[in-house]
Design a protein around this ligand. Structure first.
Ligand SMILES: Cc1ncc(COP(=O)(O)O)c(C=O)c1O
Length: 460
């Protein structure tokens, strides 16, 4: 590690940590997190599914950064593609021009995305993609002579981003508490399709998909002609890796179609191989009218996001009907060039197939941990998996994120070499190039850490 650290002006590790603690405000953290939060580390290098910290300790990157380094770390060819394009022309303003990589990436995405989604609008990340989708949906209705269609229906538990509109449509009100209302006007929330903790205390299939029908009830109550769109992840990741029951997406699609409401599928986490298909929508033959994407689009090598639109959506924006929405970095040429090479790697190495196969191995391994007294449920599709931890299997009493048991568990995982975010549902979403040996190691680390935590906190 010395060489790498020496390349930085602050050569001493303690000096680096002190400077970072003082001057760097780390997202979603308290001030001086680097000094005061044992879970914060400085990473210096990565290779495939592994990352190395400043002390030279190696970890499996169990969350692929933040659900995004899908192609894996250390891909020099993506970095080279970025550098080549940046050296030639990094940027062109969308008010006057576009660039070859932006056109090529849009064309590639038209080929890869579900159904007839064929037109891409680029931005710099997932929150911007969600803001863009909401604005495109509202403007679509405006240009189609229905300006009163402005409401958006989201789902409780889902996360769609940190900017104001994206935060408003997210179903994470407790986390948004410091901003308390008013959130964006005209946002409603339905129940998630969370069978393990069904809002209606029903079980599938006897429930006949009440959670989907509730979306229609909300529309009917509000007057469907005031509703612009429904936004949902095909599999809610932040909601706890919530995989909907069969028929859910078909019903949701029918409800939206019946009422002329656009369906925004948020594939910011789900997309680009994460669930064992290029897009999670494909598991249910779902085609969103608008689809958001980011993260795996460039595997974290450049900040880029986007929105895919079906023809009937973009056709509303013709002639005088210009899209009233502009983001400076949208279609950034070097980011698009990097994303193109990222997608080439996906094809060359069949990362989607590896996600499917390694995902099945991971799920099987996690299921074998079900005998632990604190493992309530195991869910997963491809390399998007979650282990729901409970205090009691019968009552399904949850752990809270700051409970001491989770702290012990998280410290043990990191100590044994697995990085992930520790919460009531432990998310597992490693790079898609992960090997079978690394998957097995992840499972065995989780097993050992559960045993340690359960012994330390008196679980039978
Ligand atoms: C489903 C979903 N949508 C949108 C976002 C926002 O993406 P970003 O953090 O890139 O703004 C996230 C972030 O995790 C997400 O999980």
């Amino acid at each position: 590690m010395d060489e790498i650290v020496e390349g930085i002006s602050l050569t001493n590790e303690d000096a680096l940590k002190a400077a970072g603690s003082e001057h760097l405000f780390i997202h979603a953290s308290a001030h001086r997190a680097l000094a005061n939060d044992a879970g914060k580390r400085i990473l210096v290098e990565g290779n495939g599914a592994m990352v190395i910290d400043i002390d030279g300790k190696e970890y499996i990157d169990g969350l692929a950064g933040l659900w995004l380094v899908n192609a894996g770390h250390g891909r020099q060819e993506i970095a080279d593609a970025y550098a080549r394009q940046a050296g030639k022309l990094a940027y062109a303003s969308s008010t006057q021009a576009t660039t070859i990589p932006a056109i090529e990436l849009a064309t590639k995405l038209a080929e890869l995305t579900p159904g007839d989604q064929a037109t891409a609008f680029f931005c710099s990340g997932g929150s911007e993609a969600v803001e863009s989708a909401i604005k495109i949906a509202r403007q679509y209705h405006f240009f189609n002579g229905e300006p009163k269609r402005s409401k958006i229906i989201g789902r409780r538990g889902s996360y769609h981003g940190a900017t104001y509109g994206a935060m408003s449509v997210s179903g994470t009100r407790p986390a948004s508490e410091p901003y308390h209302s008013p959130f964006m006007h005209g946002v409603l929330h339905a129940s998630p399709s969370y069978c393990y903790r069904c809002d209606f205390r029903h079980s599938f299939p006897g429930c006949d998909l009440l959670c989907a029908d509730q979306v229609e009830q909300i529309m009917n109550y509000e007057n469907p002609k005031t509703v612009a769109a429904v936004i949902a992840e095909p599999i809610s990741a932040s909601g706890g890796i919530v995989i909907p029951p069969d028929g859910y997406w078909q019903r949701m699609r029918e409800i939206c179609d019946r009422h002329g409401v656009l369906l925004i599928t948020d594939e910011v986490i789900n997309g680009f191989g994460r669930t064992g298909r290029m897009f999670a929508s494909e598991h249910w033959d779902l085609v969103g009218d608008i689809m958001t994407m980011a993260k795996g689009l460039c595997s974290g090598y450049a900040p880029i996001g986007g929105v895919m639109c079906r023809p009937h959506v973009v056709e509303a924006f013709e002639g005088e009907n210009k899209l009233s929405h502009l983001l400076t970095y949208g279609g950034h040429a070097a980011a698009c060039a990097a994303a193109l090479v990222n997608l080439e790697i996906f094809e060359r190495e069949d990362l989607v197939g590896n996600s499917r196969d390694m995902g099945a191995r991971l799920k099987k391994g996690l299921e074998e941990l079900s005998s632990h007294p604190t493992v309530g449920d195991v869910r997963g599709l491809g390399l998007l998996a979650g282990l729901e931890l409970v205090r009691d299997k019968d009552s399904k009493e949850k752990f809270k994120d700051d409970d001491p048991e989770l702290k012990t568990f998280g410290e043990s995982l990191a100590d044994k070499g697995l990085l992930t975010r520790v919460a009531g549902v432990l998310p597992l979403s490693p790079p898609l190039c992960i090997t079978a040996e690394q998957v097995d190691r992840m499972v065995s680390i989780i097993d050992d850490s559960l045993t340690e935590m359960e012994a330390a906190h008196g679980f039978a």
